[in-house]
Design a protein. Sequence first.
Length: 130
Amino acid sequence: MRKSLLIAARAALFGCALITAVFAFSPPGSGRHLFPWDKADHFSSFFAITTAAIVAFPRLPLVWIAIAVSASGGAIELIQALPGVGRDCDIWDWVAENAAIGAVIALVIAVELRRRLAAPNGGAAAVSDR
């Protein structure tokens, strides 16, 4: 069961990354937008990617997932800056992507904190185990 869930999560991560790449490298003005505001597209895409990555790699530290996803967003922006790509590089796109990464990480930390605080002894045993 665990292995099936990991495979599904990794497939979801691959799907999210593929869809993001299609949107990122399709010609400008192609009409491919989920939201009227471009930054919301970037936020939602990287929110999904970060969520899928956290589930797909449960033993990987959150900071490494955040760094990897952020670096992929930065790489997309750098590739878009190349003359032959026909896209514009926008630092604010990367800011929106990093805001999404931070939002997911904050949610994961909040859920873990809530779980620990709800545990007997206010999570003292869970905290002292680390």
